[in-house]
Design a protein around this ligand. Structure first.
Ligand code: COA
Length: 149
């Protein structure tokens, strides 16, 4: 566990840090995408559902989530974890775990009883991560259709 991790709500000014984290992790910098993503979060999503983690006085991890009511035939309000990312240099220090801990605690504070996320079958790291945090495979199945274009 890192010495000092501070989790707070995501702000517009975190854009550059988030772009950089993805760039360092994947080699792809998508400033326009993240700018729009942050705008959506700021505009329509509960503020507690998108968070950043700071360590060494800079943003080193983030989670984007949302709350959805009566969606997919599910009762009540569900919290969704949509994207989570940690700077490669700060991984395995409990940063993502702390982000999810804060996300979970806020969801509980808002009366939410279930958190959902989607994990690719080919991503064993994400599967291990969520399993370690107490998530289990659920009862929903996802459908998809490949398009020609
Ligand atoms: C998955 C991810 C979020 C984990 O972040 P992290 O801060 O390193 O995770 P934590 O340190 O909180 O890990 C908690 C537990 O999850 C498990 N875990 C984390 N990363 C793991 C990995 N790569 N493989 C297997 N298990 C893993 C471990 O059990 C870990 O506990 P331990 O270190 O005590 O064994 C991070 O690796 C990541 O950002 N991956 C890329 C995800 C992505 O593509 N995001 C979008 C673009 S940036």
């Amino acid at each position: 566990m890192a010495k000092s991790i501070y989790v707070r709500n995501l702000r517009k000014e975190d854009l550059t840090a988030i772009v950089d984290i993805e760039d360092r992790a994947t080699g792809v910098a998508r400033r326009a995408y993240w700018e729009a993503r942050i705008d959506i979060s700021e505009a329509i999503r509960p503020h507690w559902a998108s968070l950043v983690a700071e360590a060494d006085n800079r943003v080193v991890g983030f989670v984007f989530g949302r709350a959805g009511e009566l969606e997919f035939g599910l009762p009540g309000t569900i919290a969704w974890i949509e994207i989570i990312g940690v700077d490669p240099a700060y991984r395995r220090q409990g940063i993502a775990a702390k982000l999810i801990e804060e996300f979970t605690s806020s969801a509980e504070d808002h009366g939410i009883k279930k958190i959902l996320t989607l994990v690719s079958k080919s991503s064993t790291e994400m599967e291990h991560f969520f399993t370690r945090l107490g998530f289990a495979q659920g009862q929903m199945i996802h459908f998809q259709k490949d398009l020609k274009s």
